[in-house]
Design a protein around this ligand. Structure first.
Ligand code: RNT
Ligand code: ZN
Length: 423
């Protein structure tokens, strides 16, 4: 053990020298990495079930597959699992809750009744851990969402029910923000759309604008709650039309000064959010990322270290967006250990950010401005094999988190002693 730590130290010293010879400030990169918070998605721990008594089928085009043992069955178990996962992710991170994760104690609280009091245990747990919370309104897994329409539903009574849910979600977000001293991002995603070719594309969108305006009417101080809206391209059951599309919400967010939530799974497979960020940032008060991994479709696989993720991280680092763009994960895999799924995805995202921060950015820009496109391409290729792994291991060590190859042992022990006991 001590031996491998010493080897890591040597590897880091060599890597650092190599980077510094290219003009890269390794300590500066690590300082930026230290300050990064990723909002983990609570719903990875229990297959998006939540704690409502109703237990309606998930619906809304969301699908969780797999039957790995150990799903969290109650708030205590979920908190324990999140805490375990966080202990293996370097840095101080956040947790994103959904409205369906309130603690209702068998009182059958409906979505239009949900309130901050249902989240007091979450708040005190988060405070004890020194982490902050984000929030999401829940527009699925409910009888009034079964038609596939919520805020854009033609029936004004159904719309009103969901508008009230949106309002209450923001109250909860503001309560989080007040108690944690950092603003809660309250994200809104609705499934509304048609399986087959609609006759009216305009109507649902007009209704959606009205509903959203009603939800957002009340103002909250920036320091407590910030709203974001999340577009989607298509879903299971909404293959032909989605009311809240990208164009729709980009326009809405710009005109109403809302944050835009960009989910990496919500675009055509050849589109990459990395290429969009600098185009939308000048017009928006903020962006929330839902980092996910689509495999052939919006499948919400565990995030892994791959080109599209690195490109996204590069845009965040190169454009100095890391302090302003809110980072979140959004996937749910029930086919592997759920704690490991969080750890793998969060670590992959941090690794991508680290490689991006270690890019010889100054030299690349200089070559580009000088018109040396050959040099730019050559350096971009060489940068891919720079020894960032040694810097990552050093980072884990200094943050008191197990390095690669070691954290999985921790997860296995937790699986044996905790997760498998839940059967
Ligand atoms: C659905 C959206 C949404 C959900 C979560 C559970 O397509 O991505 O963000 O995945 O809120
Ligand atoms: Zn999402």
């Amino acid at each position: 053990m001590r031996r491998s730590s010493k080897n890591r130290g040597t590897a880091f010293a060599l890597a650092k020298a190599r980077y510094e010879a290219m003009g890269v400030d390794v300590d500066g990169a690590l300082a930026i990495l230290d300050a990064i918070s990723i909002s983990l998605q609570c719903w990875q721990g229990d297959d998006v079930r939540g704690f409502e008594e109703r237990g309606a089928p998930l619906g809304g085009g969301l699908a969780v597959t797999g039957s790995y043992p150990g799903r969290a069955r109650n708030p205590e178990e979920l908190r324990g699992d999140v805490q375990k996962a966080l202990s293996m992710v370097p840095g101080i991170h956040r947790l994103a809750l959904h409205a369906s994760y309130g603690e209702f104690n068998g009182r059958g609280v409906d979505r239009d009744e949900v309130a901050p009091e249902h989240f007091t245990n979450w708040v005190s747990w988060a405070r004890g851990l020194g982490i902050a919370l984000d929030f999401n309104s829940t527009y699925f897994a409910h009888p009034l969402a079964e038609s596939g329409f919520t805020l854009a539903h033609p029936d004004p009574r159904i719309r009103e029910f969901w508008i009230e849910h949106g309002r209450r979600s923001r109250e909860i977000g503001a309560a989080f923000g007040r108690s944690q001293g950092t603003p809660c991002v309250t994200n809104l995603w609705i499934p509304d759309g048609w399986k087959d070719v609609p006759a009216d594309r305009r109507g649902p969108r007009e209704r959606l604008v009205e509903s959203l305006d009603a939800i957002f009417k009340k103002r909250f101080p920036e320091a407590t709650n910030r709203d974001s809206v999340e577009p989607k391209l298509f879903g299971l059951g909404s293959e032909s039309y989605v009311a809240g599309s990208y164009d729709f919400y980009l326009g809405y967010a710009v005109s109403r000064r809302k944050m835009l939530c960009l989910d990496t799974g919500h675009f055509h497979p050849t589109e990459n959010i990395a290429y969009k960020l600098s185009a939308v940032m000048p017009w928006l008060p903020g962006v929330l990322l839902h980092v996910s991994r689509g495999v052939r479709w919006d499948s919400d696989h565990v995030v892994t270290y791959q080109d599209s993720l690195v490109e996204l991280a590069q845009e965040l680092a190169r454009n100095d967006y890391l302090g302003t763009v809110r980072l979140g994960l959004d996937y749910f895999d029930a086919s592997i250990n759920r704690v490991a799924a969080w750890v793998i995805g969060a670590r992959a995202f941090l690794k991508a950010i680290l490689t991006a921060l270690l890019e010889p950015a100054g030299e690349l820009r200089r070559l580009e401005l000088a018109g040396d496109l050959t040099g730019r391409l050559a350096l971009l290729e060489e940068a891919k094999q720079l020894p960032w792994g040694a810097v990552w291991e050093h980072h884990c060590e200094r943050r008191g988190v197990p390095p690669d190859r070691e954290w999985l042992r921790d997860v296995k022990r937790y699986e044996e002693s905790v997760l498998l006991q839940r059967a």
